[in-house]
Design a protein around this ligand. Structure first.
Ligand code: 4AD
Ligand code: MG
Length: 447
């Protein structure tokens, strides 16, 4: 019987014989009695098993069982003073761990655990992270279903660089030729999602995304999941609101379902404010400022003594991490959208305001930085054509994308959200490598 179920039905089950299956998370014995915590993943805490010398065979087997061994056993469910426990009467099977099993004997650093990605999910911390990751993904689907969006599957192998940044992995075969041109792994499903939105009105893509950026930061991975809603007859202000509503929806779900996991994460991350921080975000409105205003704020701060490494702050610069940090963490003390960026520093597909800015927006989050990047799309064929040329994009690859503009293209807006960065926000985990089941980052391809 699953341990969660035993707890749910304990009133009915007291005194009965129960079979349990799981892994040994804790084991301690004296001369005549021993205690095991058995976990099976269905509940953050496991269940206590008791074994006594009276039953010699059981006692000798269980007192020597190593941590994280598989144990299947039977016994009687008993109510003790504070909790329930099972007095083991019969062992069905044991599958032991090796002598040098690396997890569980002492507290491990996160870096050590990364080298053990196939085993680290056995720890309570990683169980909590992966369960929250699961609920966050499901909540995304729930939110968009509620809002009338359709889930579309955009291709993983593509023939164009959707971001125009040249950061794609090549897809090839041994003898060189497979497709009629060079294939790449997708860096974004946006271009294809735009096509779907021109028929289904409101869609979202959510899937694996690949970037060959050589960024060794705590926020960049080579393989990650991106959520990309796209909606027509929708301007960028409305899209920013949808993004914020969605984040609040997901946070509320996590607070509702995972309070015990969050409490555990507060302890292991040594950050007692995680829950109150999430509560605060989930009940606040989003702040928005234009890029121009952001530059003014940064300049004022710089003049009044804030030390930035990059001191030359003027219209046209790409905001550095320290600038984004200052805005979200110090000035606004919370999430903030920055919009209307200079055309030069943004991708080719953003709607041109005609004053040197485009209708792009980023959502900046304290500690995490950019969580969302989105825009209203350039819907004018001639304008888009000009930008594609001036940015030196490969026109022939983007012909089909341009062609959409000639065939009944409604005003369209969308964004991309880095799913792992969202999980970092939800769990308080500070390194993207610790919210990915098997992280892929430059220089590393273990597992
Ligand atoms: O800002 P980005 O590059 O935007 C796009 O790709 C658009 N085509 C999305 C759209 O409008 N449909 O990426 C979107 C988000 C970023 O804000 C960031 O959260 C995440 O994707 N992201 C990464 N996450 C982890 N590792 C990386 N290397 C990432 N690169 C981007
Ligand atoms: Mg971006």
């Amino acid at each position: 019987m699953e341990i969660k179920k035993i707890y749910q039905d304990k009133k009915l089950l007291i005194g009965t014989k129960i079979k349990v299956q799981g892994w040994v998370r804790f084991n301690r014995s004296s001369k005549s009695i021993g205690f095991i915590e058995l976990t099976d993943g269905t509940r953050l805490d496991g269940i206590q098993l008791v074994y006594k010398l009276e039953n010699e065979e059981v006692f000798s087997k269980l007192s020597s069982i190593s941590l994280f061994s598989v144990l299947e056993a039977e016994g009687q469910l008993i109510q003790n003073k504070n909790d329930i426990e099972i007095l083991i009467t019969n062992i069905i099977d044991i599958k032991k761990t090796e002598e040098d099993f690396p997890i569980g004997k002492k507290e491990h650093g996160l870096e050590f655990l990364r080298e053990q990605s196939h085993l680290r999910v056995k720890t309570k911390m990683f169980q909590a992270i992966m369960k929250i990751r699961s609920t966050a993904a499901i909540s995304i689907h729930e939110f968009f279903k509620k809002e009338g969006f359709f889930y579309v599957h955009t291709p993983i192998i593509t023939g164009n660089d959707a971001e125009g940044a040249g950061e794609s992995f090549l897809v090839s075969v041994k003898d060189g030729k497979f497709f009629d041109k060079q294939g790449t792994l997708t860096v974004s499903g946006q271009l294809h999602a735009e096509g779907f939105a021109q028929s289904l009105k409101k869609v979202y893509a959510f899937g694996p995304t690949f970037r060959a950026e050589n960024s060794h930061t705590t926020r960049h991975a080579s393989e990650f999941w991106m959520l990309e809603p796209e909606a027509v007859f929708c301007d960028y202000n409305e899209m920013m609101e949808i993004g914020w509503m969605m984040i609040k929806y997901i946070i509320n779900k996590i607070l509702e379902i995972h309070i015990d996991d969050l409490e555990l994460l507060q302890k292991v991350n040594k950050d007692e404010n995680l829950i109150s921080y999430l509560q605060k975000i989930s009940s606040s409105d989003i702040q928005k400022i234009s890029y121009k205003k952001a530059i003014d704020i940064l300049n004022k701060a710089s003049k009044s003594g804030v030390e930035f490494k990059e001191k030359d702050i003027h219209f046209g610069i790409d905001l550095a991490t320290e600038h984004e940090k200052f805005l979200a963490e110090t000035h606004f003390d919370g999430p903030v959208y920055v919009y209307d960026y200079p055309a030069e520093i943004k991708s080719f597909y953003m709607y041109d305001n005609g004053d040197g800015t485009v209708r792009g927006f980023d959502l900046l989050i304290p500690k995490i930085g950019e969580l969302i990047g989105g825009s209203q799309r350039e819907d004018r064929y001639d304008v888009l054509m000009k930008v594609i040329n001036s940015k030196g994009q490969n026109l022939s690859e983007l012909n089909w994308y341009l062609n959409l503009r000639k065939n009944g293209y409604a005003k369209s807006s969308g964004f991309g959200l880095g799913f792992e960065r969202l999980v970092m926000l939800l769990t308080g985990v500070e390194n993207i490598r610790d919210v990915l089941p098997f992280p892929r980052t430059p220089g590393k391809l273990n597992f």
